[in-house]
Design a binder for this molecule. Structure first.
Ligand code: APR
Ligand code: PHB
Length: 394
């Protein structure tokens, strides 16, 4: 058994925990990061890949943007497809030059792990039996088993960055939390294919057969998604069936369709909207998926996690330089304000672009009218664009 101390104990080495650790390091604040999975698992799991302008700017500002600058794909527009036609929304023109960058979450995580290693501050993978205790005291504790030894870490603050299934949110007494939740009657079947992307920009499509999305990871890898059932059996989807469905849902009358290639990964992504309020209990602060989940349609999950930890690091920075708790006290309310804006946007994108069994013909015509309005009104396109590239971090 070992006993050590730190200023901030961070649970979880996803984008939220790793980014928080790095931001705190730049403020001169010590932290310990505990992750229950292996480094390999954390890097390799397939996740989202769209960075908002503010996330890109932050990565450059904090010195983790070198590979992003070379390998990230800056996109100044997106396409919305329906009725057999693609309509471009010029994100950069509508937002004064802001854009999104396609760069896989696993690449972000790789860059942040390298930055952590360069600081020499502790990051434990494969930590089991992780627990948080005394969270309302000014000496909250982290315990875990790592390398066969039990570790106790005395902290001043705890950051719950352990995702939706983590232990931090459940350690808050349930009567102290209010949970808001919405499930959707569909999911996404996602694939990675070794195919050069046949469009320079993403295509979000609503077809009578359901939603489909064309995205990418690199100049040689295409990422594609199809709306499917929440309990979809992936074994019922041989490659040929996937391509036939993608061609049907994405192909437009000008002859465009996704280029095909060997499928290297397949999976089903569930869809959920979830918020737990407040994002603080005692000296435990929640950030990222531990506090909220958005459906993937607006590509907001990773960016929201980054916005949370940016805010939390500012607040802890203020505390350690001046002793003031002003920003810490406002953390939950301010983070939730951004969260709810992202929830609204993600819900709106999702409902505009998916078909549901409970929809009737009226609903479908209404969706088409909404899409028609979206792509023909400067005001509607501007509203989508400013949310999609991301509201400024403030
Ligand atoms: N102890 C230690 N680590 C844990 C525990 C635990 N008990 N439970 C979970 N974790 C780890 C997970 O293994 C994971 O690596 O916490 C990490 C949480 O990371 P993410 O799930 O990636 O969540 P977050 O960092 O908030 O990033 C949000 O992830 O789900 C996507 O779309 C979402 O892109 C967004 C991003
Ligand atoms: C992705 O490339 O994984 C992706 C892109 C856009 C989304 C969601 C996911 O809205």
């Amino acid at each position: 058994m070992t006993r050590t101390r730190t200023q901030v104990g961070i649970v979880g080495a996803g984008p939220a925990g790793l980014m928080l650790g790095h931001l705190l390091h730049l403020h001169g604040i010590d932290s310990v990061i505990l992750e229950d999975r292996s480094e390999h698992y954390v890097i390799d799991r397939v996740r989202a890949g769209v960075l908002e302008q503010g996330t890109v700017d932050l990565m450059h500002e904090i010195g983790v943007g070198a590979r992003l600058a070379v390998e990230g794909l800056r996109h100044e527009g997106i396409y919305i497809a329906f009725g057999g036609a693609r309509h471009r929304i010029d994100l950069a023109r509508l937002t004064g030059g802001r854009a999104i960058t396609v760069y896989g979450q696993n690449e972000v995580v790789k860059d942040l792990i390298a930055a952590r290693e360069a600081t020499g501050r502790p990051l434990y993978f494969e930590a089991s039996e992780v627990a948080v205790d005394d969270i309302t005291s000014n000496r909250p504790r982290l315990t875990c088993r790592a390398d066969g030894v039990m570790h106790t870490i005395d902290c001043e603050f705890l950051a719950g960055c352990d995702g939706f299934h983590g232990i931090c949110r459940p350690s808050i007494p349930s009567e102290q939390l209010r949970v808001y939740e919405r499930e959707y009657p569909f999911a996404w079947l996602g694939i990675l294919a070794n195919a050069a992307p046949s469009s320079d920009e993403l295509v979000y499509s609503l077809h009578e057969r359901g939603f489909a999305l064309f995205s990418m990871r690199s100049p040689s890898v295409t990422r594609l998604y199809l709306q499917c059932a929440p309990d979809e059996d992936i074994t019922q989807w041989p490659d040929d069936r996937i391509w036939a469905e993608l061609r049907a849902r994405l192909g437009t009358t000008d002859g465009w369709m996704p280029a095909e290639g060997a499928i290297t990964q397949k999976g089903v992504t569930p869809m959920r909207s979830f918020v737990a309020e407040p994002m603080q209990y005692g000296n435990l602060f929640l950030a990222g998926d531990a506090a909220h989940i958005v459906p993937p349609t607006g590509a907001k999950g990773l960016n929201l996690a980054v916005a949370d930890v940016w805010r939390l690091a500012q607040a802890l920075g203020e505390f350690y330089t001046s002793g003031r708790r002003h920003l810490l006290d406002r953390y939950s309310a301010e983070a939730l304000r951004r969260t709810w804006r992202a929830q609204r946007f993600s819900w709106w994108m999702t409902s505009m672009l998916h078909r549901s069994d409970s929809d009737n013909p009226f609903d479908h015509r209404r969706q088409l009218a909404e899409l028609d309005y979206l792509v023909s009104s400067e005001a509607a396109m501007t509203s989508l664009a400013e949310n999609y590239v991301g509201l400024p971090l403030l």
